[in-house]
Design a protein around this ligand. Structure first.
Ligand code: PEP
Ligand code: MG
Length: 603
């Protein structure tokens, strides 16, 4: 949301640190270091006869951890509401799951070491597997397991687990602290008092970590992934200026920095007021063309926020993320509960559930999937679901059952052939027939669509559409597969070009096919949330844009500032271009003209 993203020049005595901004806000406050504190790990040899007693100790520590987590969960539910406390449901699942316990027992039996050592080794081995994953979100779930494991371990050793995080208020010391830590566990973040903690600053973490999600929920600005050495050098009490949007931190900010922070604060306030005023108006262009904004979410807990804060539905629910906290696959009942709560949270708006997109860079430790040389081209998404009909059917049953409680749509990811789509639809029909036979309610008319993220599907749109109600353009993968550029490889990031004329042409083909058949198209890749491309997307005739919730206000603002015929001219111009750079330059000129306030962020 920041409009002044130019970094302040580094000056003598004022060091600038760059990290990742994960929770918006500008704060000037004093540093306070929070360390997990070290403990001495017992390292005893035991006799086989002692194993039973050692396991009892572990059971008690797990029970105690469960109670403490329940307490944290309840406190959080009181402060923030039940939806945010749901993060701790995942924690409860970890503490209740027998896998860690069983692994610790095996290690103890084999090595005849004490339970503390065995349990610590069990956590390490479990998390090491998850740490190898490329997917950022999945790696973060390994951090959750470590957090819960650490708590159980401390309970085993008899350490204080939930010690207060800040010094007691004495009315003299500063009241607003910027909490610094290598890593801040969600349990620690949940114990922060937003009245006294002005911001978080950590050397690890990412946008999708639960701590970042909680920081946003608590409204505490946060910057993560700052160089560890630089953070270690900051002493308690040091004055810091932190920008949670730009991901910048200034150590010992001087007058110039403080003045610029004031200017940024003013600019953000103006923009926020503008967004607030705008949010009451319909999402339509200056010449009355209506658009529909919806959100991308990964967890049911985000659904309520999307509905309450942004008053929109869900255009992409990435269901695979539901499976990540647990160590077992979710059964039908568990999935149904999650889907139903999401549907009820966004009522009267709709939810598009995307069936599992496992594979590529998203793997589940529960599924022993064979190693692949080229996983993005391999057993991914619908290919995986079709190869595991039982898992696929269970998911479809749960989604269909949820369709009896609100407006549900379903879509299949990574369709590349007509046969794949037909097979998926046949399985959907089978599941419907089973539900009817069992007299279980569902919406027989539920909309079914597919994602267009493989060039083959974009070119074959006409054939695919005969069986569907809508398409959703997954530009993240469409760009990756069209331009042969790995979306997660920073070394070839310069080739990752959503504005490449070939992408615009493919999108146009898909939209033209849909519109001439009275069907609709949505875009749910990151391109849909980049306001630089909003005029282009609208000009193509796409009426539904699904994006990360933080992008909703700026995209809404662009839509309300443009005229449709100008957006169509932009598309025609882009279709004549030979390079992404030409298209991008024209998009910038367009945005500069209609919404100059937003340009600084996008240049
Ligand atoms: C996409 O590919 O654009 C998309 C939305 O799917 P994901 O990012 O989950 O692969
Ligand atoms: Mg995709």
């Amino acid at each position: 949301m920041s409009v002044l993203s130019e970094p302040v020049q580094k000056k003598a005595g004022c060091e600038r640190l760059q990290g990742t901004g994960v929770s918006e806000g500008l704060v000037v406050g004093n540093a306070f270091r929070v360390d997990h504190g070290s403990y001495v790990m017992p390292d005893r040899r035991i006799q086989t006869s002692e194993i039973g007693a050692e396991l009892d100790k572990l059971r008690r520590a797990m029970e105690m951890s469960k109670k403490q987590l329940e307490e944290v969960r309840q406190n959080l539910a009181q402060t923030l509401g039940a939806d945010h406390a749901e993060i701790f449901d995942g924690y409860m699942m970890i503490v209740e799951d027998p896998s860690l316990f069983n692994l610790a027992r095996k290690i103890m039996e084999k090595e005849l070491c004490c339970v503390e050592k065995a349990f610590s080794a069990a956590i390490d081995s479990f998390c090491k597997e998850m740490d190898k994953l490329e997917d950022e979100y999945l790696r973060e779930r390994s951090a959750d397991i470590r957090d819960v494991g650490e708590r159980i371990l401390r309970n085993l050793i008899g350490e204080v687990v939930d010690a207060p995080l800040l010094p007691p208020s004495d009315g003299v010391e500063p009241e607003h602290w910027i909490v610094i830590a290598d890593d801040l566990s969600p349990s620690a973040a949940a114990r922060m008092n937003p009245d006294r903690v002005a911001a978080f600053l950590t050397s690890t973490g990412s946008r999708t970590s639960h701590t970042a999600i909680l920081a946003r929920a608590l409204g505490i600005p946060a910057v993560v992934a700052v160089n560890k050495q630089s953070l270690d050098a900051i002493e308690d009490g040091t004055l810091l200026a932190l920008d949670g949007t730009a991901g910048e931190v200034y150590v010992h900010p001087d007058e110039q920095v403080l003045r610029i922070f004031d200017e940024r604060r003013e600019a953000q306030e103006v923009l926020l007021n503008h967004y607030k005023a705008e949010s009451n108006y319909p999402v339509e262009t200056l010449d009355g063309y209506q658009a529909c904004l919806v959100a991308n979410v990964e967890l049911p807990s985000e659904a309520l926020n999307v509905r309450q804060r942004h008053n929109v539905g869900i255009g992409l629910f990435r269901t695979e993320f539901l499976f990540i906290n647990g160590m077992n696959l979710l059964d039908e009942e568990e999935q149904f509960k999650a889907y139903k709560s999401t549907v009820e949270a966004v009522k009267p708006y709709s939810v598009i559930f995307r069936t599992l997109d496992i594979g590529g860079d998203k793997f589940l430790s529960q599924l022993k999937m064979p190693h692949e040389l080229n996983p993005f081209m391999g057993m991914r998404a619908i290919r995986f679901s079709l190869s595991q009909p039982n898992i696929f059917k269970t998911q479809l049953r749960a989604i269909l059952r949820a369709s009896a409680f609100g407006k549900v749509r379903v879509m299949f990811p990574m369709i590349s052939t007509l046969e794949e789509l037909e097979k998926a639809l046949r399985i959907l029909d089978e599941v419907k027939a089973e539900l009817k036979r069992d007299h279980i309610e569902f919406n027989d008319q539920m909309d079914v669509g597919c994602m267009i993220e493989v060039p083959a599907a974009a070119m074959l749109a006409e054939k695919l559409l005969k069986h569907l109600t809508f398409f959703s353009l997954g530009t993240n993968d469409l760009v990756q597969y069209s331009l042969a550029v790995d979306r997660s490889n920073p070394h070839i990031g310069y080739l990752y070009q959503p504005a490449h004329p070939s992408i615009i042409r493919m999108m146009k083909n898909v939209v033209d096919v849909a519109l001439s058949n009275d069907k609709w198209v949505s875009v749910c890749g990151e391109m849909g949330g980049e306001c630089l491309y909003t005029p282009l997307i609208l000009g193509l005739g796409i009426h539904e844009l699904s994006m990360s919730p933080v992008s909703l206000p700026s995209v809404r603002m662009v839509i309300r500032s443009i005229k449709m015929h100008e957006a169509e001219d932009l598309v025609n111009y882009s279709l004549r271009c030979g390079s992404a750079q030409e298209v991008q330059e024209e998009c910038k000129r367009f945005l500069q003209r209609v919404c100059p306030e937003l340009v600084a962020k996008n240049v």
